[in-house]
Design a protein around this ligand. Structure first.
Ligand code: 5AD
Ligand code: SF4
Length: 471
């Protein structure tokens, strides 16, 4: 269905830039002070997309505000990964109804993964008449064109998504953070895990050109960014849609030659194609953080098969063993789904013993949520909610103990920590993250923000480390 590595043509990007200029001119002429508010739900890829939406809004003359009541443009970037995320998006959109009543010129945009699905488009169309513009993930770069169309014709624009998936370069980006940055290396997913909506809402895999990625990382390092996370639904597939034999490990190796003091993180990797070559490159690199996020999803081979994951536990643990052989201090994290259709007590116990064997530093665990249109949603034997909940809590308890036993031995060690500034939860302390992404709390000075500090760890808990700066 897709062409290989198709890029949006320079002529089309120029058309979008013209739309940006035209909206800018209209905003200038209006004599008002236009402000835009952005609300982002979901994963890092969505955060990266929102930085582009804000970049375009800023280029169109909007000041970005954190107060929706001051905005003349409200953008909601939605997520579809679980039911809860969709419910939240809809209830938040519902809250903007009264703002529209107060200010009929307010433009409300709903975009992202949720509104690629036909049933959600219909729902917004009929039940949220005050939403002005709706578009899906593959139309992101068309935002200025759609906004201009809305401004000039006044009609609602409810656009279903493109079926050809493209890569658009040169969209302005307004980065949220001055220390950490996202860089997408590829978009979409071809894996069709049976529970997952992503391949339906983000389309087929397409990689950015390596030159574009390298240039972006080089520029960020030059600007002083200290932690750059390469994003893709499955970064291990990077380059597979191009005609060149250049893979993700090659990309990491090339990025590693950029001079500077910074870390490179990446997410997410699919175990079915996490190669030894990639692990070898990480182990000998200077900048690639020794952190592997490798979603296992389940420890039962039967369930992994039903999930269409294309690996078994033996293969999975083999990768972990190899990572630890090459990088004994690597931090390994994972995603686990509890209560997938057909999961028996025995399958669940398989996951519990897999956790004990894998000894992850941390996991993100989720209760299975049926997604309309995915094969798993049609499977018989959906696990009752109360059983899911009991299993979920047991899983958390098991993992807490493992995380604690991974963090306790950090006590007395000195770790390099990138300082993020005053902690949001406890204003008396600063917070930062280790190379492996562990959160650390400590006392520091405002000037330490954005710097690498050596922190002597005094206390290791399940979810965080506490320590003091070694000057
Ligand atoms: N239900 C619960 N969790 C899910 N994930 C993906 N789809 C679902 C679903 N339908 C989880 C997976 C994935 C993470 C990003 O979200 O664990 O790795
Ligand atoms: Fe979803 Fe599987 Fe693709 Fe990850 S690899 S985005 S879980 S389909």
């Amino acid at each position: 269905m897709t062409e290989r590595n198709r890029s949006v043509s320079p002529a089309e990007m120029e058309k979008h830039r013209n739309c940006i200029r035209e909206v800018y001119a209209r905003n200038q002429m209006s004599g008002s002070h236009p402000r835009a508010y952005m609300l982002t739900l979901g994963c890092q890829q969505n955060e990266a997309d929102s930085e582009k939406l804000c970049g375009m809004a800023e280029a169109m003359g909007y000041e970005i505000t954190d107060k929706p009541e001051l905005a003349s443009l409200i953008m909601v970037n939605t997520c579809a990964i679980r039911e809860h995320a969709e419910k939240r998006a809809l209830s938040l959109v519902g809250q903007y109804k009264h703002l529209k009543a107060k200010n009929p010129d307010l433009i409300i945009v709903v975009c992202g993964c949720m509104v690629v699905q036909e049933h959600r488009i219909e729902e917004i169309k009929h039940r949220y008449p005050y939403v002005d513009i709706l578009f899906g993930t593959s139309s992101l770069h068309r935002f200025p064109e759609l906004l201009l169309e809305k401004m000039s014709r006044g009609k609602r624009i409810l656009r279903s998504d493109e079926t050809v998936y493209e890569v658009a370069e040169g969209i302005p980006i307004r980065r949220e953070n001055e220390i950490r940055a996202w860089v997408s290396v590829m978009y979409g997913c071809n894996n069709f895990c049976s529970y997952c909506i992503v391949p339906y809402v983000r389309g087929r895999e397409r990689s950015r050109k390596k030159e574009a990625v390298i240039e972006e990382v080089r520029e960020l390092v030059g600007k002083g960014y200290k932690d750059i996370t390469l994003l893709g639904q499955n970064v291990n597939s990077y380059g597979k849609d191009s005609d060149f034999s250049y893979d993700f490990a090659d990309l990491l190796e090339e990025l590693d030659t950029i001079e500077g003091d910074y870390w490179i993180h990446f997410m997410t990797s699919h175990p079915k194609d996490a190669s030894r070559k990639l692990i070898d490159v990480m182990a000998r690199s200077r900048h690639v953080a020794r952190h592997f996020h490798l979603p296992m999803q389940s420890g039962s081979d039967r369930i992994l098969k039903a999930m269409n994951r294309r690996y078994d536990f033996e293969k999975y643990i083999g990768i972990l063993d190899y990572i630890r052989e090459k990088m004994p201090d690597a931090v390994i994290t994972s995603d686990i789904i509890v209560g997938f259709p057909g999961e028996t007590d025995e399958d669940f116990e398989g996951t519990v013993s897999a956790l004990k064997r894998a000894r992850f530093d941390m996991i993100y665990s989720f209760i299975y949520s049926p997604r309309k249109g995915t094969p798993a949603a049609e499977m018989e034997e959906q696990v009752p909610a109360d059983v899911q909940k009991v299993r979920f809590e047991r899983l958390l308890a098991v993992q807490n103990e493992i995380s604690l036993s991974a963090n306790r031995p950090m006590e007395g060690k000195t770790l390099r920590v990138l300082c993020d500034g005053v902690s949001k939860n406890n204003e008396a302390l600063f917070s930062g993250r280790t190379e492996g992404g562990k959160i650390v709390f400590f006392e520091a000075e405002p000037v330490d923000t954005g710097k690498f500090l050596n922190i002597e760890i005094e206390r290791g808990e399940a979810f965080a480390l506490y320590g003091k700066v070694k000057r």
